[in-house]
Ligand binder design. Structure first.
Ligand code: GTP
Ligand code: MG
Length: 456
């Protein structure tokens, strides 16, 4: 799909720096690049353009008329990021110079690119499918090893491959059914019903395991939510500060210091966690504290891991376990770590209990807890090749695929007519097409690429 316009934008972050890149893409980019660039070795003050002969993927040193010395690279279609002719000009990163170069480009017939337009063109020209284009945004925003690994896996086509397999299996099923529909009058069944159900269940299983991976994938991308909970004054806020290595939350010996929940993220060994310090759990008549406690319960529901903190000078592990059961039961996907704090006050005692981690938040003795968090995060055990969903759009679309396969299985088991069955499979195929971009409702593209930055 050829785009008419030639577009330009600064592809590097805004601000002052060593080098910045202006990217030009479209049929006029070579002509524009040539019109801008003077041979650096010729007299920069003369306006005689040298006829630089751009060889694709070679770097040229030149000047842009009394503005700057630059390097320019030409990528010939289709061997470029967008699949179109592209010229990239590296200049000094001065907002003034960049603005000038852009206006020279627009004077020469380019227009300013919109957000994500380069990547959108890459998608439209078949350089990437939609899930890979989305991975470009993820890889740019990845800020830790684990989320980077998942984005790279998606960019390399991990999810696309999964979708291809699902699609092929569905197509195979559809073709079996369509054969029957062609012979509709004669009431023949070409495929055994058991066989069809078996195939459908395999498809459902594959889609379900992908959907199930979303909880972990999303946590890795956004930070694994860890709620720090427990009674007032046990040292929850001190622990948050120790984890973050900054005085983030107020600490005092007054019970009920923390009222609102406080959140911050931290990367431990390449895995991002989102720690949430909460108001201490107790019955209170204070209206604000009550609101804080109900917010604590809300945060507990959203968390993947609970750190249940207690004061070792006040309670034994046995008491704590009974107390936790009274407060709330984590859901099967949630994990709980019992954290005995203030160990410094019981010097000389040996703390050992496999149910519990012992720390001194005040003295920042928390390394065993950090280790345990990494272990429970699950991020370390992800198989290198595993495809993990990180994008809520993919999750929602795949949930619909599962719904359609369920309905198809029910239809088969209820001996509903073949054309209704085929209808469910077609709908499931359409949904899969929305992930790869083979099927595109009008709003999807602008939604996805609108979230990119300009220049990407
Ligand atoms: N000795 C000792 N004191 C601690 C430790 N951790 C916290 N404290 C003290 O315990 C008191 C309460 O600490 P906070 O961190 O405010 O406790 P909290 O659980 O956040 O309390 P609320 O916000 O009121 O629920 C403060 O005086 C802290 O200095 C520790 O490891 N050792
Ligand atoms: Mg507190």
């Amino acid at each position: 799909m050829a785009c008419e316009d030639t577009i330009c934008a600064v592809a590097t972050p805004s601000g002052v720096g060593g080098v910045a890149i202006v990217r030009i893409s479209g049929s006029k980019s070579l002509q524009i690049g040539k019109s801008l660039l003077l041979d650096a070795h010729s007299d920069a003050h003369s306006d005689a353009h040298s006829d630089v002969h751009f060889v694709p993927r070679h770097v040229y040193y030149g000047s842009i008329s009394s503005l700057d010395y630059v390097l320019a690279t030409y990528f010939e279609a289709p061997n470029s990021y967008t699949g179109e002719d592209v010229v990239e000009i590296s200049c000094h990163a001065s907002p003034y110079i960049l603005q000038k170069i852009l206006s020279l480009c627009t004077d020469a017939g380019a227009r300013m690119a919109t957000a994500g337009e380069f990547t959108k063109r890459a998608f439209l020209n078949g350089k990437l499918d939609l899930s890979q284009a989305e991975a470009v945004a993820d890889i740019i925003s990845s800020d830790n090893a684990a989320s980077h690994r998942l984005a790279l896996q998606q960019l390399r086509g991990g999810l696309s491959n999964e979708m291809t397999v699902l699609r092929e299996n569905l197509l195979h099923l559809t073709s079996l059914l369509e054969l029957e529909l062609d012979f509709g009058e004669e009431d023949v069944e070409f495929a055994s019903r058991e066989e069809l159900v078996k195939l459908l269940k395999e498809i459902r299983e594959r889609a379900t395991s992908l959907c199930n991976s979303f909880t972990l994938g999303n946590a890795i991308k956004e930070g694994i939510p860890v709620a720090i909970i427990g009674k007032p004054n046990v040292g929850k806020s001190t622990l948050l500060n120790a984890l973050l290595r900054e005085e983030r939350a107020l600490v005092s010996d007054v019970a009920g210091t923390t009222r609102d929940s406080i959140e911050d993220t931290l990367v431990i060994n390449g895995v991002k966690f989102r720690f949430i310090d909460t108001a201490g759990l107790r019955d209170s008549n204070d209206v604000v504290e009550k609101m804080g406690v109900s917010r604590t319960y809300e945060k507990m529901r959203q968390a993947a891991i609970w750190l249940y903190v207690f004061d070792v000078t006040e309670m034994t592990v046995g008491d704590v376990m009974a107390e936790v059961r009274d407060i709330a039961v984590p859901s099967p996907s949630q994990k709980i770590i019992l954290v005995g704090n203030k160990c410094d006050l019981l010097s000389g005692e040996a703390f050992e209990n496999h149910e519990c981690i012992f720390i001194s938040a005040k003295n920042s003795e928390i390394s065993t807890l950090q280790k345990k968090l990494l272990e429970l995060s699950g991020a370390d055990n992800i198989n290198q090749d595993a495809v993990i969903l990180t994008n809520v759009r993919h999750y929602e679309v795949l949930s619909k695929v599962i719904e359609e396969t369920n309905q198809a299985i029910n239809a088969l088991e209820d001996h509903v007519s073949t054309d209704i069955l085929a209808q469910h499979l077609h709908t499931a195929l359409n949904h899969i097409g929305k992930i790869t971009g083979k099927i595109l409702p009008a709003d999807i593209l602008s939604n996805i690429f609108g979230k990119f930055c300009i220049g990407k």
